[in-house]
Design a protein around this ligand. Structure first.
Ligand SMILES: Nc1ncnc2c1ncn2[C@@H]1O[C@H](COP(=O)(O)OP(=O)(O)OP(=O)(O)O)[C@@H](O)[C@H]1O
Length: 232
């Protein structure tokens, strides 16, 4: 299987709002995929459909060789834009809790990432700075030993130094040989050096699904250039 995600004619409506319109695309297996597009274009919806967190209205979604159901959670780690950490746990207890919830969780990896980042494991989550809270969220996601990692705007609301740190963390800890990461972001220029592939969404349509190298070599474009061309 050389594709980890296949969407065939997928639509998603929330009441009267159509968030995705009859989209078909495939995502290559392994590497880092940037999911980009303007506000409200359907990025979160696409990730939630892959993670089995919302139901499609029409079409077919295949992830890791299976039609998506709620059980896809055993193959997909999802870092939501909204934080679901418990303030009353210490960082160490948060890691322990994740190890109890996810059978695939590598507790040693999580503790080692957090120690490298100098996040105090004994601090309560509720007392952490925004940057350290984000680091905890990301360390936990990166410690799931699953084929597919999804991160919905992990850089949003963070200052440039923390963003840089988190981008380095992702580059270092995604198991490139075995995992695929899809990361939605508005910080296109910052994330571009990490990306193997880009998916560009606009008004519920996939406007571009392309290897970043291909963009550079055949069109001489950066991801930002491609976005400007498609979105103008
Ligand atoms: N639970 C919901 N109920 C109703 N409408 C929704 C819901 N979630 C998303 N939408 C609508 O679906 C469309 C796509 O939203 P989505 O959150 O997927 O976009 P996005 O690209 O992730 O946006 P952003 O970059 O602002 O986070 C928008 O019009 C949004 O208002």
């Amino acid at each position: 299987m050389d594709h980890i995600i296949t969407f065939n004619n997928v639509s998603k409506k929330y009441g009267l709002t159509t968030a995705l319109k009859d989209v078909s695309f495939q995502v290559p297996k392994s590497g880092i995929i940037g999911l980009v597009g303007p506000n409200g274009s359907g990025k979160s919806t696409l990730l939630k459909l892959v993670a089995g967190l919302v139901k499609k209205s029409a079409g077919e979604i295949i992830v890791c060789g299976d039609h998506v159901t709620r059980l896809i959670g055993s193959k997909v780690a999802f870092l939501a834009e909204v934080d679901s950490l418990y303030d009353f746990y210490t960082v160490k207890e948060t890691v322990r809790f994740s190890a109890n919830v996810f059978p695939d969780f590598d507790e040693q990896k999580a503790n080692s990432i957090l120690e490298t980042l100098q996040v105090d494991l004994n601090k309560k989550v509720g007392t952490l700075s925004k940057g350290n809270r984000a680091r905890v969220k990301i360390a936990i996601t990166l410690s799931r030993q699953v084929p597919l990692l999804l991160m919905d705007e992990p850089l949003s609301g963070l200052d440039p130094l923390v963003r840089e740190d988190i981008i380095k963390l992702i580059a270092r800890y995604v198991e490139m040989e075995e995992q695929t990461l899809i990361i939605s972001t508005h910080e296109v220029t910052e994330i571009e050096p990490l990306l193997d592939h880009v998916l560009l969404v606009k008004s519920g349509n996939i406007m571009l699904s392309e290897k970043v190298e291909e963009l550079r070599e055949t069109k001489g474009q950066s991801v930002l250039d491609a976005m400007r061309e498609v979105l103008k």
